[in-house]
Design a protein around this ligand. Structure first.
Ligand SMILES: C[C@H](NC(=O)[C@@H](N)CCCCN)C(=O)O
Length: 455
């Protein structure tokens, strides 16, 4: 996942370079960036969940890593000199001319990569749920997410330097993309090593099940997908997820410019403030996972995370324009980082508590699917609101971000409502969302108590 998240953002700091080198306009860049989610939104993710539950973690993980490598290779070829002047490039450039042939083929590669990336995301979640059932599951998920956030932070720092590495006078987008493609190959090999370990775990679990005289797990059926869609709890979690993440990932794209416009600072200073957001989340998510494993309070963490997000986005919308100071922006970014630790740390480990093990893959994939719809639509909506709120503004340093930030804050309010609803339902129906994941202590205590009474 580290290498996948690095590949996702490898081109983000190189927008101006690809514009001068290959003629990608900001619009073309936007279409390319949105391509990551397209096939997922049009149903691939649903299929991915079914494949995961039918074929298992090992097959699906290998398939998803292979898709990521294939997509990355297509994108690398599209932006390389090798592709320039080929018959395919000339043909691709001959229609929808505002989107150069290289951008179209790169977007196609990114679509394939995006299928692999989200498929890998659900596979990893299911694999962690399997490996850490009744143990430090939230800590393991938190560490996995922390590593991914470090990847985002790292690639923002490495990518521009790699672009200048071979020829500082004539920077190119090829070395960073080639570097990340090579990392994805390493990721594929790592997953193959994991499949060997996972086979061993299955053998151990099988032996244990036989020893305990357990019957085989019930098989996944296609009708389970319909059952998930019919579950009110699924929809509450999915809505919370789409509303919360739509105010985070799309915000990430606009954050640096929003800070520049409010504070009148350059892009580097804005990035220097903003980078504390993924780093803060990387540090805190495993710590909160550790807390959740031992103390529980998952639903409360979701509510707190949504509340913090509302405070931060309202600060960016209403307070920062009036009191434009770097410390205020920095404080709000740090608070948002805390929020971005609370919600993911609590959300993903909650899914195995409310969904049956045999269709966990489909449950994750359907939540990702609903989330992907929001992630693909909200950047467009924010762009439209930003343009409509700034008629006649041509200087990109002079945008008024009040309305887009209020829109993000309102997503937080809706996420909060779903969080409160979830907590109320949990209190009534006892799904265990507020309970710790680790039951050993409890069992040991009961055992000790029983031992004492027997004595
Ligand atoms: C675990 C979770 N991942 C997701 O929500 C992914 N569906 C979306 C990743 C988007 C990266 N372009 C997370 O990262 O918290």
């Amino acid at each position: 996942m580290l290498f996948a998240y690095m590949f996702v953002d490898v081109m983000s700091p190189l927008q101006s370079l690809i514009e001068t080198q290959r003629g990608w306009s900001p619009d073309a860049f936007g279409y390319y960036a949105g391509a990551e989610y397209i096939l997922n939104v049009f149903g691939f993710l649903i299929l991915a969940g079914i494949i995961l539950d039918k074929m298992g973690v090992r097959f699906t993980g290998t398939l998803s890593a292979s898709l990521m490598v294939a997509g990355a290779c297509i994108k690398l070829y599209a932006i390389s000199n090798l592709f320039q002047g080929t018959a395919l490039e000339l043909w691709l450039s001959s229609w929808w001319t505002s989107m150069p042939g290289s951008a179209k083929l790169a977007a196609f590669g990114f679509m394939i990569f995006g299928c692999g990336c989200e498929m890998a995301g659900i596979t990893v979640s299911k694999a962690i749920a399997k490996w850490f059932e009744g143990k430090e599951m939230a800590l393991a998920m938190g560490l996995e997410m922390a590593i991914a956030r470090i990847g985002v932070f790292a690639i923002f720092s490495i990518s521009p330097r790699l672009a200048e590495w071979i020829s500082p006078q004539d920077p190119s987008v090829v070395p960073p993309v080639a570097f990340c493609t090579a990392l994805l190959f390493i990721g594929l090999i790592s997953f193959m090593v994991f499949t060997v370990m996972d086979k061993k775990l299955d053998a151990q679990l099988g032996a244990k099940a036989l020893a305990n005289d357990e019957t085989a797990e019930e098989e996944f059926k296609l009708s389970d997908v319909a059952n998930i869609f019919g579950s009110r709890l699924f929809w509450i979690i999915a809505m919370l997820c789409v509303l919360y993440y739509s105010a985070i990932f799309p915000f990430q794209r606009y954050a640096a410019n929003m800070l520049q416009c409010n504070l009148g600072i350059d892009a580097t200073t804005a990035s220097d403030i903003f980078r504390w957001f993924p780093i803060g989340a990387a540090v805190l998510t495993p710590a909160l996972g550790y807390f959740l494993d031992r103390k529980g309070k998952g639903a409360t963490m979701l509510i707190l995370g949504a509340l913090l997000m509302i405070v931060c986005h309202l600060t960016f919308a209403l307070v920062l324009p009036k009191y434009p100071t770097e410390w205020l922006a920095f404080s709000a970014i740090v608070l948002l980082g805390i929020s971005f630790s609370l919600v993911p740390a609590a959300l993903w480990p909650s899914v195995p508590k409310i969904m049956d093990k045999r269709f966990l893959g489909s449950a994750y994939s359907l939540i990702f699917w609903v989330q992907n719809i929001g992630l693909s639509l909200f950047p467009i909506l924010i762009g439209v609101v930003l343009t409509a709120s700034n008629p006649g503004v041509t200087d990109p340093m002079k945008y008024d971000y009040t309305n887009p930030m209020l829109l993000f804050a309102s997503l937080g309010v809706l996420a909060l409502i779903f969080g409160l609803w979830l907590k109320t339902l949990d209190a009534k129906k006892h799904y265990g969302l507020e309970l710790p994941n680790i039951s050993d202590d409890k069992e040991e205590k009961i055992f000790e108590e029983e031992g004492r009474t027997q004595e």
